[in-house]
Design a protein around this ligand. Sequence first.
Ligand SMILES: NC(=O)c1ccc[n+]([C@@H]2O[C@H](COP(=O)([O-])OP(=O)(O)OC[C@H]3O[C@@H](n4cnc5c(N)ncnc54)[C@H](O)[C@@H]3O)[C@@H](O)[C@H]2O)c1
Length: 340
Amino acid sequence: MEKLGVGIIGTGWVSGEYIRAFEANPHTEVVGLVSRDKARAKAKAEAFNMPRCRAYDRVDEMLADPSVQIVVICTPNHLHVAQGIAAAQAGKNLVIEKPVALDLEGLRGLQAAVRSAKVKTVVGFVLRWNPLFEMIKGFLKDGLVGNLFLAEVDYYHGVGPWYAQYAWNIKKDMAGSDLLTAGCHAVDGLRWFVGAQPVEVFAYGNVSRENPLHYEYEPNSLTLVKFEDGTMGKVGCSVECVQPYIFNIALFGDQGTIRNNKVFSKHWKGQKEWATFPTVMPDSGDVSHHPFSDEVQHFVDCILNDRESHANLDDAAVTHEICFASQISARENRPVKLPL
Ligand SMILES: NC(=O)c1ccc[n+]([C@@H]2O[C@H](COP(=O)([O-])OP(=O)(O)OC[C@H]3O[C@@H](n4cnc5c(N)ncnc54)[C@H](O)[C@@H]3O)[C@@H](O)[C@H]2O)c1
């Protein structure tokens, strides 16, 4: 069988992980790289030893190549909608990095383009393939902690000028918000574990007094989410905190509690202390730590078997709606009903 051709837009930090993942997959081959500077795309193809990969400085030229069947969008956030719509209209299946859009209008436009083109999508909520996430999903499915009534997932990542995307990531029109650019991983985790529809959001946001990192948006937020089954959710997020990276998961059920890789359950008779399950934790902001190869393998399986991904654009749209609602709530100091 011929391999599925992959075209990647953006040659920055995360693109290397997608190149590695698609090159390692037996069903795919990276055949095109787009950068604003063709020489940079060419250099990246050489660095990854891909002599057959073509370098482009225009997205439309790569999209015109019929051997490209999957397009990966890993440019700065504000470009995802236009590039996603163009790629969908060209009939390409899409890997879209988070956030897929910075506002509701962009999100709906992208969803409409994907729906009418009938292409497959996966959004880069890569933690869904993290081993701790998978283990917790298994515990929840087995009823180990019963029905959840409270869930907290937090994203605390102190970034600074040393961070590759810092220059554009502090800008409101390029990054969006603390949740859209980073904390959406926690919002998505909250939804993934609770598994119910979110119906209302309330949030506060702020920036530290001196704003030493020059954020154009509030880099810290607390977001409360009410789910239709009554479960309460909380997402704490900070991208200006001064500390090592922390991703917290706390899930409270009527039969027990999960705190990251620790579990306490009524079903284990006589249990006195937390049971700890050593595994790969979501404890690093470094992309080389993230399971992109599992996300890619899942998406290739979806394409080959004509299945929708659980992390497709329509599913990811709900996560984005919580992020938008959080911004509206913090700005207008009121609860915001979902769907928007
Ligand atoms: N899922 C994850 O865990 C994860 C991790 C890191 C980054 N990301 C996402 O990936 C995207 C890229 O992040 P990054 O860290 O690689 O950023 P980066 O700044 O390292 O790379 C962005 C790249 O896009 C290029 N670019 C800018 N404008 C362009 C244009 N008009 N056309 C083509 N290329 C253009 C830049 O030159 C750069 O090579 C962001 O949306 C980010 O949120 C996701």
